[in-house]
Ligand binder design. Structure first.
Ligand SMILES: Cc1ncc(COP(=O)(O)O)c(C=O)c1O
Length: 415
């Protein structure tokens, strides 16, 4: 029998290997053979300490230890526990009291929210709009559901948001398919570390409103996976107020995730939260999202939902989590800044880092550069537009050494 005949014959995509896990595996192998200090493993999208161990919020562990058996053994309602839904809205909007209609539905991580948004707000064959630097699974999720990813150039030459590119691609898609789902990962974008500024948000909103003035509609999915790892996580939330009150042709859906903010990557706590001026749109969102949950994963992990509900009822514990998370954020930001500083000294161009787990280096032939870097013990992920470095998984000491090595490898490959 041919190697791939059963699923492939049905038109399913059979991937050869997962690039990130493949490279990470090679890094681990080399670390075992040659010692950890010789290896720079910048592939891991989790927060690791300087010795490479997972950093877990001890305040969250405390909350887990308080869970009762029925908190993790029982089913959760299809759309999530009401107390969880409320807590996710509070986590996202902070002290701001929303004027529009919001509904939250539990999803397995932010990934589930992306999946449900794509499936419910676009049709088979549609293009889903995102930035040209983007998190790979956007493509996988779109492909799984018969959609494609359409991109616009994220940065101008000055590393600011490229409004012209956005406007042009949005207009093209509205003309072609009327309804457009936009995936915008901000703040602290994966893979660049870029955060859309308040002024940039004003212009983005204007472009969207003008874009749907005569026809079409926009579903703006704001992927907030790294919301608590922006430079200033309180001020950064101001953009959400700008999205409150947009015209009815624009529906905002916020992708909420407990993976990073609560260091609970494996617990699959997440939600999709809508924000609309229209009660009907919000009600439809709730019903269609619940239908999607029922038809895919059924309900989500109850433990994550009870945990978040409990934390929101316990001011002292919430404060502890916020303080501990702030210390994690400080570590992360100092790593990003260390890399940026050394890159500048080495004459290496980077994307504009302002928080989050990643920074990138634009370059040609990224696959070849990544291969050359592996020979030097540097393991980073090649992307279409350059190299992604997980500052979340490397010490300041290692990050300071990397720009020079990367600069040399780029020069060697692209001479
Ligand atoms: C940009 C982005 N969006 C969403 C997610 C979703 O993560 P999860 O499904 O674990 O919440 C991630 C995780 O790495 C991410 O990097």
């Amino acid at each position: 029998m041919d190697k791939y005949i059963l699923a492939e014959a049905n038109g399913r995509v059979i991937p050869e290997r997962d690039v990130i896990f493949g490279i990470s595996g090679m890094a681990k192998e080399m670390a075992q053979k040659e010692g950890k200090d010789k290896v720079f493993n910048g592939t891991v999208g989790s927060l690791l300490d300087d010795d490479g161990n997972l950093m877990i919020l001890s305040s969250v562990v405390k909350a887990i230890s308080r869970l009762k058996p029925e908190d993790y053994a029982d089913y959760a309602p299809i759309g999530g526990l009401p107390s969880f839904q409320e807590a996710t809205i509070k986590d996202v909007f902070g002290s701001y009291s929303v004027k529009g209609f919001t509904r939250a539905i539990a999803t397995p991580g932010g990934s589930g929210a992306i999946r449900n948004t794509i499936v419910n707000y676009s049709k088979q064959g549609d293009g889903i709009l995102t930035t040209d630097w983007f998190w790979g699974p956007y493509h996988t999720i779109a492909q799984e559901h018969g959609r494609t990813i359409e991109t616009f150039t994220l940065f101008t030459e000055n590393n600011t948001f490229n409004f012209d590119a956005f406007k042009e691609k949005l207009a093209f898609l509205i003309e072609k398919q009327e309804k457009v789902v936009i995936l915008l990962n901000t703040p602290a974008h994966n893979p660049t570390g870029f955060t859309v500024s308040d002024d940039e948000w004003d212009k983005i909103i204007k472009i969207m409103e003008d874009g749907v003035k005569d026809k079409g509609s926009i579903i703006l999915f704001v992927d907030c996976a790294y919301l608590d790892y922006a430079v200033d996580p309180i001020l950064v939330r101001r953009f959400l107020q700008k999205l409150d009150g947009l015209n009815e042709r624009i529906l905002t859906v916020i992708g909420y995730s407990m993976s990073k903010g609560y260091t609970l990557y494996g617990m699959r706590g997440g939600a999709m939260i809508c924000l609309s001026k229209s009660l009907e749109v919000a009600e439809e969102f709730k019903k269609v999202s619940e239908q999607s949950c029922r038809g895919t994963w059924s309900n989500c992990t109850r433990a994550a939902q009870v945990l978040l509900s409990n934390v929101h009822k316990d001011e002292k514990l919430m404060k502890e989590i916020q303080e501990e998370r702030a210390s994690f954020r400080t570590i992360l930001l100092s790593r990003g800044e260390a890399f940026e500083e050394e890159a500048e000294k080495a004459g290496l161009t980077t994307t504009p880092y302002s928080g989050g787990f990643f920074i990138s280096v634009p370059c040609d032939n990224s696959n070849k550069v990544a291969d050359a870097l592996m020979e030097e013990g540097v393991f980073i992920v090649p992307m279409a537009k350059g190299l992604r470095i997980a500052v979340s998984s490397l010490s300041v000491e290692k990050l300071k050494k990397m720009p020079g090595i990367i600069k040399k490898a780029i020069g060697k490959v692209n001479k």
